[in-house]
Design a protein around this ligand. Structure first.
Ligand SMILES: [Zn+2]
Length: 339
């Protein structure tokens, strides 16, 4: 275990102090939200619950209880532009049809030293700032490589009130594992760029999974370019596309459904929605990257810098993606033809 349990406990206690003493509604809300994240990390690392004595402030809670949940925000964004969204989903679904296959291949294990070496070389190559941030995270012990085996997913937890990010991993050292770690580093890096905690909380928008997915694509692109682990890279690539197709399958089911039905399925829809847009945009930007690396990186950095502060339209504009790019699916189609 790399993440210090002692530090997690001390972070929880720092935030408990905030919860028990603040009179500010937002501060209370964000501290509660961060404590819950830390309790999750504790449980995932140890397999046990950390018992705390939390005095809930019902007055402050009632002040924010009418706030929209993150899922409701996603659903509102989807419904506001439903026709457009539905065309994008069905177009993507037909493009991806030929590229998805359901087979689960066990990839070749990569030696731990080689795994780290590949990860670092990739990061240095892509962007020295991301590399530096990764070195910071790993030297501080904020990445756990061997998370408790009861976990089912990999995740990044953003403790924005303390300006900290914890990455929990539970995967093999193989090509999939490389994609996973760069995905999580992508989240941590993007979260670290957002300084204002209000914005940081609000950055849970439709494009939340974009940069992390883009890092995965870049990792595969890097391995392909260096002709490394060819068949496993191909496997991971297929897995990415198969999953993306699955999200579109889920989403197109709601094409003709009432808003009421949609709202009552907000869990599945919002998950599919953020992963679909994140991964689909990542493919569009991979196409752009192949035709102009510096320009594409600059665009993405602009997007990251202002994440959560603008409308969805403005964010797409910063990213250099037009509505037509999404509707036509041309770039994705061309990218996949060269696969
Ligand atoms: Zn993610």
């Amino acid at each position: 275990m790399y993440i210090s349990i002692k530090e997690i406990k001390s972070d929880i206690n720092k935030l408990l102090y905030v919860v028990n003493n603040t009179t500010d509604r937002d501060c209370y809300k964000y501290a509660m939200c961060n404590i819950n994240l830390l309790l999750d990390i504790y449980r995932n690392l140890t397999g046990e619950d950390y018992k705390i004595d939390i005095r809930r402030n019902l007055v402050l809670e009632s002040k924010y209880c009418k706030d929209k949940s993150v899922e409701d925000t996603y659903i509102d964004e989807y419904l506001e532009d439903k026709k457009f969204n539905d065309i994008v989903f069905s177009k993507a679904n037909s493009i991806l049809y030929n590229y998805s296959e359901k087979k689960d291949i066990k990839e070749k294990d990569i030696k731990y030293e080689d795994f780290l070496d590949l990860l670092e070389t990739f990061l240095v190559n892509y962007d020295s700032k991301i590399y530096a941030y990764y070195k910071y995270l790993s030297s501080k012990g904020y990445i756990d490589w061997f998370t408790y085996k009861n976990r089912s997913t990999n995740e990044t937890n953003n403790i924005f009130l303390l300006n900290k990010r914890y990455i929990l991993l539970d995967n093999d050292y193989d090509v999939e594992g490389l994609c996973t770690i760069v995905h999580e580093i992508g989240h941590a890096y993007a979260q670290n760029l957002v300084k204002d905690y209000n914005v940081s909380y609000n950055d849970c928008n439709t494009y939340y999974e974009f940069f992390s997915s883009f890092m995965e694509r870049m990792m595969l692109f890097y391995l392909k370019g260096n002709r490394l682990y060819k068949s496993d890279v191909n496997n991971s690539d297929n897995k990415y596309l198969t999953q993306l197709k699955m999200y579109t399958d889920d989403l197109i089911k709601f094409e003709n459904k009432s808003n009421e039905t949609i709202r009552s399925n907000k869990g599945i829809i919002s998950t599919s929605l953020i992963y679909f847009y994140g991964e689909y945009l990542a493919l569009i930007k991979e196409y752009d990257y192949m035709h102009g690396q510096i320009e594409t990186k600059n665009r993405i950095n602009e997007f990251l810098k202002y994440r959560g502060s603008f409308s969805k339209e403005k964010e797409l504009e910063l990213l250099g993606v037009s509505r037509l790019d999404l509707l036509s699916g041309d770039k994705v189609q061309k990218l996949l033809l060269n696969k």
